[in-house]
Design a protein around this ligand. Sequence first.
Ligand code: ATP
Ligand code: MG
Length: 567
Amino acid sequence: MRFSQAFIPTTKEAPSEAVLASHILLTRAGFTSQVAAGLYNYLPLGKRVLKKIENVINEEMTKIGAQEVDLSFVTPAHLWEESGRMEKFGKELLRFRDRKENLFVLGPTHEEMMVNLVRNRVTSYKQLPLNLYQVKTKFRDEARPRFGLMRGREFVMKDGYSFHATTEDLDREFDAMEAAYKRIIERLGLDFRVVKADSGAIGGAGSKELMVIADSGEDTIAICDNCEYGANVEAAERSIRQDIPEAPESDFNKFQTPDVKSIEDLANFFKVDPYYTMKCVAKRMTYEDGDQIVLFFLRGDDELQEVKAVNAAEALDIADVSEEELAALGLVPGFMGPLDMEKLPCVFDTGLKGATQLICGANEKDFHYVGVDMSVLDAGLFADLYTVKEGDGCPHCSGGNLLYTKGIEVGHIFKLGTAYSKPLKAEFLNERGQAEPFIMGTYGMGVSRLIAATIEQHHDEKGCIWTKETAPYMVNVMVSNIKDEEQLAFGEALYQQLQDAGVEVILDDRKERFGFKMKDAELIGFPYTVIVGKELVNGNVQIVERATLEKRAVFADKVFAEIMERL
Ligand code: ATP
Ligand code: MG
């Protein structure tokens, strides 16, 4: 490509609402342009990066025997009604009617469509396993589309679905997909971690996310400082605490505690470790048939993890409840406890199982109970509700401690089991001739998000720094002064030579100042720029490596070989 003919509208201005480096740089360097909230155009450079990532994905998918398909973007709403996801997806689903009044949905993910494709076409265990995928535009009417390609409303996803006769076979495929996903992200040159993820309400036997490590990531992940363990904080666990603080000694009693509302005040008041206090968190949980306030109880030194709370309460969503709302129900915020709590359903954190010597609210203003023993409560529902803390023990190895880091979710692999095949009645005949629902896996990867993630991890104040498998062009041959015939001729020849060798190369033959061209090269982030300038008369050119900005003079007649070696 000749820069003089390329459509690469670089600018100095950043989009006013942009906060992320990737959003700012991809716009300024002319990779993408915003159309409306969460909608982006890919300009030639952006499209090239997208295709390169797609190619890596296609190669790795082919290696493990997955087959590419391309399903309709517009999907019939009745499939979503069949699976029961019409409600669950809520407002993220963009719905519309055609001229005949048929209801449709723009596909946000394609489980229903894929099951519909396979059902009645694959009928025997002999045709299994099957792994189908596509790289396709998705639409989710996200509540807060922001951060550029990181969270679009329209975005490109690689979504794959596998069909199996047995859970063992699904396990095998899941491991193969995990390995393939790791190879993809490694090839893209990104630092990442595979973490245990929340499996959500549909549960399923396993779910893992691929997280690109970046400070700007929206996900908090807990990783072990000693082993491979990593988990999204939504799903992270810890080992049983060893250094249990000394317990207070008290008989069961009701105590006056004027104005002692917070855990901190309570612990100070009784001079106990917060471990022995009981925290009550009220949340409004959403269900298909309405809302319900649920009380969650944890040890005072733990925080509620909302995703765990949603799973424990088998709810669709979670929201805060104000003190006024609680008071209106006849509850006493700051003094709520599980004893004689008949008004609302209660869920207890597993950390409270068998606990003794607890202090909790007495459901009466300015009173707490002390010496509470969990066994006196007929506490029904126990579940993991806690948020892991930095320094907690690793649940996987002995001696390791958990640390927090930030990640960008670029992939999600999930064992679905029969969660979709059952409601959609997608069945095959097993070896004994009996009909069974397919056992399925689903595998998503955010292709457009990967572009943003690459830049979040690889940029500096001057611009983008592309990796080998993501760069729009590997080499930029920059003719410093195109009026200099010798420089131009050399640049042209090198450009041709590199092109003939199959290198992705661009020739900066623009009639612009050297400084201007250099700024563009740094902003766009080509891995190598060859500067053909004044020194050519002495037989020298320069190679600038974008990642380090290191500049090195090389003999003009050696530059081709030098570049080929570096690639
Ligand atoms: P998130 O938690 O970030 O909203 P998700 O869990 O809803 O994502 P999945 O349904 O698992 O996403 O989709 C698979 C992959 O698609 C994600 O791992 C992510 O990389 C990508 N993805 C999801 N939503 C978006 C979006 N709005 N913009 C860009 N990529 C997205
Ligand atoms: Mg996900």
